[in-house]
Ligand binder design. Sequence first.
Ligand code: CMP
Length: 140
Amino acid sequence: VVERTLSIIKPDAVAKNVIGQIYARFEAAGLKVVAARMAHLSRVEAENFYAIHRERPFFKDLVEFMISGPVMIQVLEGENAIAKNRELMGATDPKKAEKGTIRADFAENIDANAVHGSDAPETAAVEIACFFPSLEVYSR
Ligand code: CMP
């Protein structure tokens, strides 16, 4: 089934100048960038985006990190885009990420972990609407 997922290239990977290398991995896997914008998130934007993590102990550090520099935000579209993107990214903790994944290759630690990707169709729809409110999203 063709899906859309929200992807964020985080401040660490933008600072490393690997946006293009990460986009190449999306493309090689058959994922298409159908919307994209660069942004330096405000604290409120980062807090709202990660609202589901508000009570987690890592929330404050996560928000601080996400506003530490510009991010590249995109909607990826393709067959099983959500799972495919998560496969490309690897485990949240780069130390546990499989060889050849984005996080294994570009990430430093669990906060500076290079990329974010939606984890389910429901969260993908909410996350896409958060950054691309004009994109119509249909759950199929
Ligand atoms: P992300 O996929 O963007 O979603 C939430 C982020 O919180 C996650 O990637 C990590 O960068 C960060 N984080 C920090 N500590 C943890 C943790 N213990 N478990 C999950 N996510 C964490």
